[in-house]
Write a protein that binds this ligand. Structure first.
Ligand code: ZN
Ligand code: CU
Length: 475
């Protein structure tokens, strides 16, 4: 055995009750569970909980994996795999490059365009293989990226010719290892795309049994239409769909998860559907006046022309600038924001829904990011499972491991089982997040050791420097 962890309580990622066991690791895989022979290295688990490394079902880490490959916001929470390329935004492909100013919401990834350097998806995958980050990843290709580079005008539906160009880019990405396509139909560069365009662009998914993940067209008044559109896309393509960061935005829609979850459950009887959620009742994306109107409070996370206002309440900025909210937004953009627009009861109902995975939706390049970037997983374990008893710790772990691996088709991950990849987190039962809206950049408390493919990437409260991450394919 290369490494043995003794004296730990195992939560194996299947929802089974915890049990006492040693875990032995050899050749990057789990080689023994129960009694393990002597290891070259041994870690005393000290009665802590040992679980499969967490899989972040929804991230925007495409660039972070290259620009900060130690992946501190993720490994500090016990995350060992990230699903990147969400909401229609991916770092690749960028056949035309992207010079500043980069179109919102693509600027969430890089507003200067310096990192959009991969003409083909395979160039990005190759770079990740040659310069691996600390975590594994599963990659989606973003529909918005394809649109802005294929079309001269994104405020209309794509022509047949443009659709076939986009199909070729999807085909190439899948060939290179992408597990599916993401859309951000809510956002301007994609909102003019009719359902039929999305279906046609995504045609290559069908043959390759890849996934469709979506930041839906509407997460407010027209949520039901958006769900139906998503189900239809999945049905017509015959592929699994994932509803990203399911939420109900705006006071008039509060409580409506009681309506959406049964609809999802019903549709699940005839097609494959997954969904993810982050454990906060504030959202975060680019700053837009419309969104401020359905929020009780808005915080500015970054502003290109006014970096001095990052982290501040929009109302206070407006007072300072002696302008209306609408004019202030106009002065601050391009910018990002946090919107307090959801109901805690909806968040809890969605988190507790049997099929909901945990995804951070963290925005790693924001100057004053939403605390979900550093806090999501410990908050679900510490606050929602241990604190509020919303579900047992075994269920919380399942929502961030076994369920996620199954939904995304990541073979031999997400469960502690002999022969499976040794992605492991050792944490204290008193785990909790430290990141807050006031002080968002803080590592969680209670994460002891994080192991990716058999190598420790986080230990003693800091990254070890190891970068064993792999690009995972869908099985
Ligand atoms: Zn999104
Ligand atoms: Cu997102």
């Amino acid at each position: 055995m290369d490494l043995v962890i003794r004296n730990a309580t195992v939560i194996d990622g299947t929802r089974a009750p915890r049990f006492q066991a040693d875990i032995g690791i050899a050749g990057g895989r789990i080689a023994a569970i129960g009694k393990a022979p002597k290891g070259n290295k041994e870690i005393d688990g000290g009665g802590k909980i040992l679980a499969p490394g967490f899989i972040d079902a929804h991230t925007h880490d495409d660039r972070l994996m290259l620009s900060a490959p130690e992946m501190a916001p993720k490994v500090s929470q016990g995350v060992t795999t990230v699903v990147a390329g969400n909401c229609g935004i991916s770092l690749a492909p960028a056949p035309k490059g992207m010079r500043a100013p980069v179109t919102p919401p693509i600027d969430l990834m890089d507003d200067e365009g310096k990192w959009f350097r991969f003409k083909e998806f395979k160039d990005y995958v190759k770079t990740l293989r040659e310069n691996p980050p600390a975590t594994n990843c599963a990659l989606l290709v973003g529909h918005t990226m394809l649109r802005v580079q294929t079309m001269d005008d994104v405020e209309r539906a794509a022509s047949e010719k443009e659709i076939s160009s986009m199909q070729r880019l999807v085909e190439e990405a899948l060939e290179a290892g992408a597990i599916g396509v993401s859309t951000g139909l809510y956002y301007e560069p994609a909102s003019a795309a009719p359902t039929e365009e999305v279906i046609e662009v995504c045609r290559p998914l069908s043959r390759r049994n890849a996934l469709y993940c979506t930041h839906m067209r509407d997460e407010g008044d027209r949520i039901v239409d958006s769900l139906e559109e998503t189900f239809r896309i999945g049905r017509e393509l015959g592929v699994p769909v994932v509803i990203s960061h399911h939420k109900l935005a705006g006071t008039p829609n509060h409580g409506r998860s009681a309506e959406t979850l049964p609809l999802i459950e019903k549709a699940m009887r005839s097609q494959k559907i997954g969904l993810d959620c982050y454990p906060y009742c504030a959202s975060s994306t680019i700053l837009s006046f419309g969104r401020t109107q359905v929020a009780s409070k808005t915080l500015v996370t970054w502003s290109k022309p006014h970096p001095e206002f990052q982290g501040m309440d929009l109302r206070d900025i407006a007072t300072k600038m002696r302008r209306s909210i609408e004019e202030t937004v106009g002065q601050l953009v391009p910018a990002g924001a946090i919107y307090f627009s959801m109901d805690e009861k909806d968040v809890q109902r969605i988190l507790a829904f049997e099929h909901t995975m945990i995804g951070s939706d963290g925005l790693p390049h924001d100057a004053a990011p939403h605390p979900r970037l550093w806090g999501t997983f410990p908050r679900v374990l510490g606050h929602y499972a241990n604190g509020l008893n919303l579900f047992p710790l075994e269920t919380a772990v399942y929502k961030m491991t076994g369920l996620t691996a199954k939904t995304f088709g990541l073979a031999d991950r997400g469960v502690l089982k002999e022969g499976y990849a040794a992605d492991i987190v050792l944490f204290d039962e008193g785990i909790h997040e430290s990141a807050t809206f006031e002080k968002p950049i803080q590592a969680a408390k209670g994460i002891d050791t994080v192991i990716v493919n058999g190598q420790a990437v986080w230990r003693g409260g800091k990254p070890t420097g190891a970068r064993p991450g792999k690009v995972l394919r869908r099985e």
